[in-house]
Design a protein around this ligand. Structure first.
Ligand code: ADP
Ligand code: ASP
Ligand code: MG
Length: 423
């Protein structure tokens, strides 16, 4: 395991009620000084219960967006190392301010930036992966009752420079720290009181889940439910970190991300996610012969462009239309890579379309129940919504539809699978 070399075994001195907690606060919970003071009160409560607490903070709401915009405004093809210097700065502010707010309440607290711990990552600036966390010093300080306030979203690359973990990355900082510090639980405080059957901002009848399996949460996150960063769920699943998603504004139990056998009443479909981050490309009239798919997807892979959904329509004249999706951010690049190969590939036209959304229904119950996909297709058909591409996995069915139908499709599917909250 990646932290094994650095982990310092914890002694609990028989204080059995004492727990070690990681508390992560998102941007809206830290949006201004008044809210940061409220967060400090919340942290103090746990300290007063005798718990050891490490806090992971995001930047104030809106800050990271503004920092990203500044880098783009300055330089379109910005250097990723300098991008990380700029966009990681929001968390430096909140870590320091929260440490001050805690000290003001009489709580012993100290802030930590990624490089000071260090949280070591790989060299992929802008979307780095955590490789190791040196926990010995944090461990000692937690043991003596000091609260560690850790700047989320940032680490230290092998080049000795600051890295960031991709948008939403402070969730991953928190789970990684929980794994490394062998915390009893990792609480992710956000602006909703848990994980819902669908994004509650769009589906007003969405229902809060008491528990969700790691696998389902991983699919939900990777299919667009941004309540947790996908990597944080992957890491929680691999290291069996108990993650709870809850509100920092209201004091109600949240959603526990847990093992399948902990969940008593399992629905067939437990959630619906959507992603506007996809774009579609249709390669028209490519010669329908062996090797063509490899010839198209090979160059995309060489340029590190991931292809997600794929469909091929065979036409009669020995040619086919190949449609697939890439991340919206990669659309321009994908088109230029393929245009450069137009002659070799022999297609007649390339049709890019970013006016699409991917809708996914997710549930471990699909393994043992048939008809989930059929219900999705029927429901969309009844609403007159055309399905452009389909893809499936063991516990998920995804369809690509025109973006203007997002809300309609989400709400109709939510009702069709019996997920609506009781009035
Ligand atoms: P934070 O700043 O606390 O990290 P995020 O904006 O990253 O907060 O994540 C919380 C948001 O995730 C919610 O406001 C909600 O709109 C969105 N979301 C999307 N899908 C879901 C879902 N299935 N359950 C709960 N929230 C969801
Ligand atoms: N502040 C970063 C972002 O907005 C990290 C996070 O909030 O998790 O993406
Ligand atoms: Mg987030």
């Amino acid at each position: 395991m990646w932290w094994a070399q650095t982990h310092n075994k914890r002694q609990r001195d028989g204080r059995s009620a004492m727990a070690r907690l990681i508390q992560k606060f998102g941007g809206t919970s830290l949006a201004d000084i008044a809210r940061i003071k409220t967060v400090a009160e919340r942290v103090r409560r746990e300290v007063e219960h005798g718990h050891q607490v490490a806090v992971v903070v995001s930047a104030m709401a809106g800050t990271t967006d503004r920092l990203v915009a500044w880098t783009r405004e300055t330089s379109r093809l910005h250097d990723a190392r300098e991008y990380d210097v700029v966009v990681s700065s929001g968390e430096q502010v909140t870590a320091g301010v929260l440490a001050l707010a805690l000290q003001d309440l009489g709580v012993d607290a100290r802030s930590w930036l990624g490089w000071q711990i260090p949280i070591s990552t790989d060299r992929v600036h802008g979307k780095a992966r955590i490789e190791a966390i040196e926990v010995a010093e944090l461990d000692r300080r937690l043991e003596r009752g000091q609260v560690a306030v850790v700047a989320g979203f940032q680490g230290l690359g092998p080049d000795g420079r600051i890295t960031t973990l991709g948008r939403g990355g402070s969730d991953t900082s928190a789970v990684a720290l929980a794994a490394a510090l062998k915390a009893d639980r990792c609480d992710i405080f956000t602006d909703v009181d848990g994980v819902y059957t669908a994004d509650p901002r769009i589906v007003t009848r969405a229902r809060k889940l008491d528990k969700i399996t790691y696998e389902e949460m991983l699919e939900m996150a990777s299919q667009g439910a941004k309540v947790l960063q996908t990597r944080s769920v992957e890491m929680a699943m691999n290291h069996r970190v108990r993650v709870q998603v809850l509100s920092s504004f209201i004091d109600v139990p949240g959603t526990l991300v847990a093992d399948e056998d902990e969940i008593v009443e399992q629905q067939i479909v437990s959630g619906i996610a959507y992603s506007r981050d996809e774009a579609k490309i249709t390669v028209q009239k490519v010669p329908d012969r062996p090797g063509v798919a490899a010839a198209i997807f090979g160059p995309l892979a060489e340029h590190a462009i991931n292809v997600d959904m794929i469909v091929q329509n065979v036409s009669e004249d020995g040619r086919a239309d190949l449609t697939f999706t890439v991340a919206r951010a990669d659309l321009e690049r994908a088109v230029s890579v393929l245009e450069a190969k137009r002659e070799a590939l022999g297609f007649s036209a390339l049709k890019p379309d970013s006016n699409v959304v991917k809708i996914s229904v997710i549930g471990v119950g699909m393994r043992s129940h048939a008809g989930v996909a059929q219900k999705m297709f029927q429901t969309l058909f009844e609403k007159g919504i055309n399905i452009q591409v389909i893809s499936t996995s063991e516990i998920k069915v995804s369809v690509l539809i025109a973006a203007e139908y997002t809300e309609l499709a989400l709400r109709a599917l939510h009702t069709a699978y019996g997920l609506d909250a009781q009035e």
